[in-house]
Ligand binder design. Structure first.
Ligand SMILES: [Zn+2]
Length: 295
């Protein structure tokens, strides 16, 4: 569904509320023409950030309760692979942000409602859109979270997004923005970076907890396209899909690990093309958050 867009971004009624966006960049190897010679990311290129809220939203800056909230989670993550009990948060997978009242639990999306998303296709490489759909489906399967495609947008990615944009998206939280971007638009997308991504939480339960209500990915379109061109056609799609999976996994609440087998590896460059057990354990955890029908 394409929405008719009214004007440009709504004048910034700054709603950076207890916002936690992880701005996460993954760098491309210095010589990614051959997997065996691809170098991995130096730690200095790891750009996780957590931004703390300046402003607590008032009722007038929040949308009304969602209309598509169910009474139970829409889906469930699949059973974890054998040996999953030996996987540990902080080692095999890592949460982007933790609940204020429980630093072992992740901030997550509400599994009783779908995650709506829109795509800005401005710098998308040819053929990338179906691959993005596949990446989203991979995250959906592993988390149990449902994703709904709300069509395209002209909204540009920014480092601190306005979370409620009723003139553009109606009276609901802004959908997750998946934006094909470049460094000219977003300076943190340096040439060696595939993108950045994360989500924004708002306080719930009187601030004891936080709930992700929307998120954002900025894909570095030119870099992803250049990288894909260095691989044979048979590898191109699987590598690009894996890179996009990495960023959509950031949106649902995971950050990097130091394990090269993980899609969430801090230097992931597309070599790992399917979820490792640690990725699956992390995705299952962020797929089973609490439901908040009134938020
Ligand atoms: Zn990353």
């Amino acid at each position: 569904m394409n929405r008719r867009l009214v004007g440009r971004t709504v004048a910034v009624a700054v709603v950076v509320l207890a916002a936690a966006i992880g701005v996460v960049a993954v760098t491309r190897g210095g010589s990614s023409d051959d997997a065996s010679t691809t170098t991995t990311t130096p730690a200095t290129h790891h750009h996780d950030e957590t931004t703390t809220a300046a402003t607590v939203p008032t009722s007038s800056t929040r949308p009304p309760p969602p209309t598509d909230e169910r009474t139970a989670p829409i889906g469930h993550p699949p059973p974890l692979p054998a040996g999953a009990a030996d996987l540990h948060e902080g080692v095999d997978y890592q949460f982007l942000t933790y609940q204020p009242d429980d630093h072992t639990r992740p901030v997550a999306y509400d599994p009783c409602r779908p995650i709506h998303y829109v795509v800005n296709e401005r710098t998308a490489p040819a053929g990338a859109m179906p691959i993005l759909k596949q990446a989203i489906a991979e995250v959906s399967r592993a988390t149990g979270l449902e994703f709904i495609d709300d069509g395209t947008t002209t909204e540009r990615p920014v480092e601190k997004r306005v979370l409620y944009q009723p003139e553009r998206y109606g009276k609901r939280w802004a959908p997750v923005l998946l934006a094909w971007s470049d460094q000219a638009e977003l300076p943190l997308l340096t040439d060696d970076s595939f993108g950045s991504g994360g989500s924004y939480g708002v306080p719930v339960d009187d601030g004891a907890r936080s709930l992700y209500v929307t998120g954002e990915v900025a894909f570095n379109g030119p870099t992803i396209e250049t990288d894909a061109a260095t691989f044979a056609p048979a590898q191109r799609e699987s590598r690009m899909r894996a890179i996009l999976m990495h960023y959509v996994a950031h949106v649902v609440g995971l950050t990097h690990t130091g394990d090269v087998r993980n899609i969430l590896y801090h230097g992931h460059d597309g070599r790992a093309t399917s979820w490792a057990p640690g990725d699956l354990a992390g995705l299952a955890a962020v797929g089973t958050g609490r439901c908040y029908p009134t938020v």
